[in-house]
Design a protein around this ligand. Structure first.
Ligand code: CTP
Ligand code: CA
Length: 223
């Protein structure tokens, strides 16, 4: 599908993308996080810029270079990614793509000093983080909102549930129970679902998959 990629599909549009993991501090030197590499989000930012969009990339801690013509805002905690996303949506954008693997929970308190080793067992209490994409999709300046769902079982039904519950326009889902797709891989395969339709994007490089997903978004966004 690379040969049919149009370079002005998103000209004049502002596309916002969240990417990577978040990092939830326990104390000044420790945190909770996950295995997200940010590769899919960065590939989408590159593809959106190539399609002519103005791109804002809200990135958690990742080891990736910023794609050309992309404005990158680095964040650390889920709460920072939430606040930055709300500010950008408030200013106005056309498409919001949430590829970030946002930590669902954060430590209820962050210790001011490094926690000292003591008893045999200690307990960490966690509290739920805000759902960024759900807040974006219910915002009064709501952009076309696209979610991602990495699942290890019942992939399509869980993704369909998220599409409905979070009031998304589209969700891209992949099965991460195998080892050759998702997370740190350079390849990915996606099933893209929207209200009333779906499309399978078979295993390809994240760059190729990104171009195909940007094309699909541009087409559905116009409807
Ligand atoms: N997401 C988000 N903010 C959160 C959690 C998730 O914006 N606090 C977004 C992700 O970026 C992704 C989509 O929601 O686009 C689905 O994320 P996922 O972790 O699969 O869904 P959850 O609602 O967190 O459900 P669960 O982890 O229990 O499957
Ligand atoms: Ca989650």
């Amino acid at each position: 599908a690379a040969d049919i990629f149009h370079y002005d599909l998103l000209t004049g549009r502002h596309v916002v993308i969240t990417a990577g993991p978040t990092r939830e501090p326990i104390d000044p030197v420790r945190y909770l996080t996950n295995k997200s590499s940010g590769k899919m989000g960065f590939a989408l930012a590159e593809a959106a810029a190539e399609a002519g969009a103005r791109v804002t990339l809200i990135a958690g801690p990742v080891a990736l270079p910023t794609p050309e013509r992309v404005q990158r805002i680095d964040v650390v905690r889920a709460q920072d990614m939430y606040q930055t996303s709300m500010d950008v949506v408030e200013q106005g954008c056309d498409v919001f793509i949430a590829t970030a693997a946002v930590a669902d929970y954060r430590p209820t308190v962050t210790a001011d000093h490094k926690i000292k080793k003591s008893t045999e067992e200690i307990h960490l209490t966690l509290v739920k983080n805000p759902d960024i994409i759900a807040a974006v999709a219910s915002h009064d300046k709501r952009p076309f909102t696209v979610g991602f769902a990495a699942e290890t079982q019942d992939v399509i039904s869980y993704a369909q549930g998220k599409l409905t519950n979070k009031k998304l326009d589209m969700i891209a889902t992949n099965d991460v129970s195998g080892s050759n797709v998702g997370f740190n891989s350079d390849n990915n395969a996606l099933t893209v679902i929207w209200p009333g339709g779906h499309k399978v994007l078979p295993l390809a490089s994240k760059r190729q998959i990104a171009k195909q997903l940007i094309e699909l978004i541009a087409i559905r966004y116009k409807d």
